[in-house]
Design a protein around this ligand. Structure first.
Ligand SMILES: [Zn+2]
Length: 221
């Protein structure tokens, strides 16, 4: 089990009211339930000297990211709105990286894509990770099939060994099965999947008990 250390950062993706609160405009079912798990995880990370980074979808009122402006999503996470705020129960103990501020699609924590020109621009995350000498990532948050997946695929593209906390992610599932497909895609890109910070072990036992270097058993098998 890759324990936290100063070179292993925890990345908490988009735990914002619009996604994590049942009255949010793009509520991800069960989103609020992962907040305590993420708090446990970030406390563990900080105790081991690991940095914790947070992302925040941060859209202007008008953006081709939104359905009303030609995009695909209901209005969500408009900057300075309640919906864009990080969930009030989330312990925030590290830098917050905002994405989508200039009207881009901001799925990945690492990059933003202009939905009209297709141009991709980096967020500040990669520079922050480099500055902190981070070489490994642990990822959790919302939503599995969009921002978590995009962030993990980009993290792998940047060469970071990446672990996804499967109990601390939740999927939008516009189509049934999107969450599972996202997990498969992340595994296919070389990410590891772990159940941690849940307060309960998966059915096959605590992955913490796995010998070093062994992947944890897949709890749904
Ligand atoms: Zn968005």
């Amino acid at each position: 089990m890759p324990a936290y250390d100063p070179q292993t950062a925890l990345l908490v993706v988009d735990v914002q009211n619009d996604f994590a609160d049942p009255s949010g405009s793009l509520y991800v079912r069960g989103g609020e339930r992962i907040v305590p798990l993420i708090n446990i995880e970030s406390a563990r990370a900080r105790a081991a000297g690991a940095p914790v980074f947070y992302t925040q979808d941060w859209h202007p009122e008008v953006t081709p990211h939104f359905q009303k402006d030609g995009g695909v999503w209901p209005v969500h996470c408009v900057r300075d709105s309640w919906g864009a705020e990080l969930h009030p129960d989330l312990l925030v103990d590290g830098p917050v990286v905002r994405k989508g501020s200039n009207g881009e699609d901001g799925y990945s924590a690492f990059s933003m894509r202009d939905p009209i020109s297709g141009e991709t621009v980096p967020t500040e995350l990669a520079a922050l990770l480099a500055e902190a000498s981070v070489t490994r990532l642990v990822v959790c948050g919302l939503a599995t099939d969009y921002c978590v997946q995009a962030s993990v695929l980009d993290a792998r593209g940047h060469g970071y060994p990446t672990t996804v906390l499967e109990n601390a992610i939740r999927a939008v599932e516009l189509q049934a099965g999107d969450g599972d497909r996202a997990v498969e895609a992340m595994l296919g890109a070389g990410a590891r999947l772990e159940s941690r910070g849940t307060g309960r072990p998966p059915p096959d036992g605590d992955p913490a008990a796995s010998p070093a270097g062994q992947p944890p058993p897949h709890p749904t098998d």
